[in-house]
Design a protein around this ligand. Structure first.
Ligand SMILES: [Zn+2]
Length: 311
């Protein structure tokens, strides 16, 4: 278990609310990452765990408790905590979503890295069997009214109907292979592979090649979201905006495959809601936060699927 050596304060705006949000990431002796909504009276600690993940249809990962307190868009911060080797912290936050900062994991890592002791030891979760989560399972499990809402709000769930996320044994660490398939010419089909094996080399490679990749969306969708009270904190510095024709972006890309590299950040952050360092091969084909969450739920549903090694 590794915590921080000092408190870290991070402020910014929420991508949906557009409102200022302040976070204090505090050292803790309790194993696990916890959020606490300090703007809500008597709010309890919310474990940042896969079994507390709720709505993922807005293309982010939200955790919440039974009393309705929730924190949205935790995935980039979770990825940064994992990369910095921090698996024990209490995050006080005064709003319902983390600050979006630069839309990637880079600024979170930059803030956190000064508060990390040299040696980190996150518990290992070794995948023993192959588990697969398919997109059509997600739709099947939805109640009827939600299915209809999903068709209207998020037609992509149908377009990408054959998407899946699969996790299988891999003794070298967390190997992620992500593939995106989009009708938009600027994205098209992109694949990226990343191995995190706990060595400094693999972490530095992630920081250099992947951590700065920003989240993305269509400019036309953005206008729609804003009109409906969402996406209000999005701007050209924190979101890659695709033009309506899908053949260009309104802001400059860091690299042509920045889209799929961002998916790696999302997958690392989502896998860290397992509470440990997953030793497994994650294959994400047209994946999503919902599929990342479903594969973890299936993995932990049966003890013979995995083994936990505490150092
Ligand atoms: Zn993301």
């Amino acid at each position: 278990m590794t915590s921080l050596s000092k408190k870290i304060k991070i402020s910014g705006v929420g991508i949906h609310s557009g409102l200022p949000v302040n976070m204090v990431i505090k050292p803790s002796k309790k194993p696990g990452i916890f959020f606490q909504r300090i703007d809500i009276k008597d709010s309890k600690l919310i474990p940042a765990r896969f079994d507390n993940v709720g709505e993922t249809l807005m293309r982010n990962t939200t955790i919440g408790d039974k009393n309705g307190a929730h924190v949205q868009t935790i995935e980039h911060l979770m990825a940064a905590l994992f990369i910095c080797g921090i698996d024990s912290a209490i995050i006080e936050i005064d709003g319902p979503e983390t600050p979006i900062l630069d839309g990637s994991a880079y600024e979170f890592i930059n803030n956190l890295k000064d508060a990390v002791d040299k040696k980190t030891d996150i518990k290992k979760i070794i995948v023993k069997k192959t588990i697969i989560a398919r997109r059509n399972e997600l739709v099947k499990t939805m109640p009827f009214w939600k299915k209809i809402k999903t068709i209207i709000l998020n037609h992509t769930i149908w377009r990408r109907g054959n998407g899946y996320v699969k996790i299988s044994p891999n003794e070298n660490g967390l190997l992620i292979d992500a593939t995106l398939v989009y009708g938009d010419k600027i994205i098209g089909t992109q694949s990226y592979s990343c191995l995190l094996d706990g060595t400094k080399k693999s972490l530095n490679k992630f920081i250099k090649d992947i951590s700065k990749s920003r989240t993305f969306g269509k400019y036309s969708e953005w206008e729609w979201l804003k009109a409906h009270g969402m996406g209000r904190g999005a701007n050209e510095n924190n979101v890659i905006a695709l033009n309506d024709a899908g053949d260009g972006t309104l802001n400059k890309l860091h690299c042509p495959d920045e889209f799929v590299r961002h998916k790696i950040i999302d997958a690392v952050g989502d896998m860290f809601t397992s509470g440990g360092f997953i030793y497994g091969h994650l294959e994400s084909y047209k994946g999503s936060h919902a599929l990342n969450n479903l594969v973890l739920r299936k993995l932990f549903a049966d003890k013979s699927n995995y083994e936990i090694v505490e150092k």
